[in-house]
Design a protein around this ligand. Sequence first.
Ligand SMILES: [Zn+2]
Length: 325
Amino acid sequence: MSAVTRKIFLLSLCCFFSCRAFCWGFWAHQQINYLAVFLLPPEMLVLYKPQIEFLKEHAVDPDKRRYAVTDEAPRHYLDIDHYGNYPYDSLPKKWSEAAEKFSEDSLKKYGIVPWHIQTMLARLTKAFKEQNFSGILKNSAELGHYIADAHVPLHASSNHNGQLTGQKGIHAFWESRIPELLAEKEFDFFIGQAAYIKDPLVFTWNRLLESARAADTVLLLEKNLSRSFPADQKYSFEPRNGLILKQFSSAFSTEYNRQLNGMVERRMRQAIFAIASFWYTAWVNAGQPDLKHLSGKTFSDNDQKEFDDLNKGWQAAAKMIGREE
Ligand SMILES: [Zn+2]
């Protein structure tokens, strides 16, 4: 191997692993928040449509925070198989009951995404009640992130990156590589309208249990396909962000997606619907405040500083706090 080839190889390996660090991938998270806006009623669109780029850009703030804040990581997942077998009845679905049975520290160890979604929903509802422009938008963007994470099968499994079965890298393969390769070309994002959610906690748990049930399929199909697929064609070197990176090849990715039978597309669609519906539910529960007078507002200097600090911290950090994905 020449020096130049070795350098490209090492660089690609490095990026192959470090680019894994984002739930759903930055691209998919941003698309999901962006597309959710179109499901809203006109009374909400008046604020959300002019801010669609904000909601898209800040869809990934919670992942950036994982590089700076110790408590952030468990908000993105739940290793539900730690609590036994489907449907995991030993784990109470209400936070207070679960905390009483297992203690808060123990719950945080294995992830708290379904409960953190309820916290974010309460914050968003409060922001609507107070007609707080930046509170509505920041909490909407971030609530969207956690809801999207709960739709990812490997966010509901302790084998979250295939690390227990020799499949390291499958996390980003499912949630970054597949959507980035196929969503614009093949996925259908005509979804309809947001709906009022009567019981957000039950809704969240249903989605998370679906994720947990799908995790085995995600892992098994990749394992089987890797056995039958020509080994020298599983990966390819392709340009990404100006670098040549080692990735799962287009052929392997396309075949894996075909075998998943629309799972990635289906979970993206369900995430988009859920996010718009949670936004809508918060607005209804706040008494459907008139948002017209907020539409011309801008973020304060303090908000801008908060965004800048988050970006600087993320860019400067060497690695994520807590587990890598
Ligand atoms: Zn995440």
